[in-house]
Design a protein around this ligand. Structure first.
Ligand SMILES: NC(=O)CC[C@H](N)C(=O)O
Length: 205
């Protein structure tokens, strides 16, 4: 293993970034809150947290972060989007608010279509024992106005489904969860992401 410590960034413009930071810290990773393009330097992985994807998209424009995050991916480093963060990663976003003319800007790095608020209005939030490929026991998944993925491309693996809809995807060094693993007190998916970031670190040194 490389001698350098693993360093993970968490986009800290809006949403549930502190919970991710705390969990990563408890796992021994060096953590940095990312607000500006310069904050991406030297990171092995980046988490885009849950929150409100339309607000985060506006702030990504304001802080000129769209291209630097795309470059971060192109350079082989790991990215994980949770909920709103996963919406930001997708190639196509459905269900954008009418004031956006039904269109919402995204990074377009994950070859899938994401449907915002896919689990209905009346059930805004629920927890479910989710069967996740690669985990031996179900994961306690917290869904908050969660999206779902459809039409995953050939390079995309569906790692979990709920109610017939894909809710966890992996495409190379991109991970996407429609739910919030940072809120369940179960660190297994954070450990998986740390492994992805370690692979990126090993490949880049
Ligand atoms: N918990 C969440 O991140 C919700 C995402 C929200 N529905 C959105 O579209 O941005």
């Amino acid at each position: 293993m490389a001698g350098k410590p693993l360093r993970i960034g968490v986009l800290a413009l809006q949403g549930a970034f502190r919970e991710h930071c705390r969990l990563l810290d408890s796992l021994g990773a060096a953590v940095r809150e990312v607000r500006l393009p310069a904050d991406l330097a030297g990171l092995n992985g980046l988490i885009l947290p849950g929150g409100e994807s339309t607000t985060m998209a506006r702030l990504l424009s304001e802080y000129a972060l769209w291209e630097p995050i795309r470059d971060f991916h192109t350079s082989g480093r790991a990215i994980w989007g949770t909920c709103a963060g996963a919406i930001l990663l997708a190639r196509e976003v459905q269900g954008a608010p009418p004031q956006f003319g039904g269109r919402q800007q995204s990074l377009g790095l994950l070859d899938t279509t994401v449907q915002r608020n896919a689990f209905g209005r009346q059930i805004n939030s629920f927890a479910a024992p989710l069967t996740v490929q690669g985990l031996d026991l179900p994961f306690p998944a917290v869904f908050i106005r969660a999206p779902a993925f459809s039409g995953a491309g050939a390079d995309v693996t569906v790692l979990a489904e709920w109610d017939g809809q894909a809710v966890m995807l992996r495409q190379g060094r991109i991970l996407a969860t429609a739910f919030h693993p940072e809120l369940s007190g179960d660190a297994r998916i954070h450990k998986l992401f740390i492994e992805m970031a370690q692979e990126a670190q090993a490949a880049n040194t």
